[in-house]
Design a protein around this ligand. Structure first.
Ligand SMILES: [Zn+2]
Length: 62
């Protein structure tokens, strides 16, 4: 396993406590950044798929 391009020295700056947070627009709970959202964090509005689908079902879009 070789990991190139990942700066180990910076990993100390990205502690879990320092992850960006958002408020889920459906359940109003804060949730933290996750690896799976690294590409579209700007578009993430729900803490989970459940909230996303529930919001759509109930018409809470945008
Ligand atoms: Zn939620």
């Amino acid at each position: 396993m070789r990991i190139y391009g990942l700066s180990q020295s910076r990993s100390s700056e990205m502690k879990k406590e320092n992850l960006p947070q958002k408020i889920c627009i459906y359940c109003q709970r804060p949730f933290s950044w996750r690896k799976k959202w690294e590409r579209d964090w700007a578009q993430v509005r729900y803490c989970s798929k459940a909230c996303g689908s529930a919001a759509r079902t109930r018409g809470v879009s945008r």
